[in-house]
Write a protein of this length. Structure first.
Length: 145
């Protein structure tokens, strides 16, 4: 008989379980939005690194091949393409790969054989995911920052 009484006393009451579940829910309500923001920032930074690498590769290809190379930014699909004439040398689906949206001030930029950017203005590529955003700038001199 004493053994059965100990088993009954070893359990938890419904009130104790409700309190524990409520505290757990509050902690999750605080942690989930912050975690989402951190993951968005990671995706945006990673995509910005890919954009920088693609644009830098285009400049290197122009310098190595002594020929003009164009970088086309497709904001609809989030794709960057590096082209020499009609030939596509490199294509990166950055928007799809990182789950981000890409917008730019111009749809393309061209590097001449000296690695200098051609065009009327600098190129800015904005990468966004929810509230996280980062901008990659390409100067007329071809520098990426």
């Amino acid at each position: 008989m004493g053994y059965c009484r100990r088993l009954r006393e070893a359990g938890y009451t419904v009130l104790e379980l409700v309190i524990v579940v409520t505290i757990g829910g509050l902690l999750l309500a605080i942690a989930v939005p912050r975690t989402t923001l951190v993951l968005d920032r990671i995706s945006v930074r990673s995509a910005a690194g890919d954009v920088r690498a693609t644009v830098s590769s285009a400049r290197s290809i122009a310098l190595a091949g002594y020929a003009g190379v164009a970088v086309h930014v497709d904001s609809e699909t989030g794709t960057l393409q590096v082209r020499r004439g009609p030939e596509t040398i490199l294509s990166r689906g950055i928007g799809h790969a990182h789950g981000v949206r890409i917008t730019s001030t111009r749809d393309s930029m061209t590097y001449d054989s000296r690695g200098l950017g051609r065009g009327a203005a600098n190129l800015s590529i904005v990468i966004r995911r929810r509230s996280a955003a980062e901008t990659v700038f390409v100067s007329r001199l071809g520098r990426v920052r």
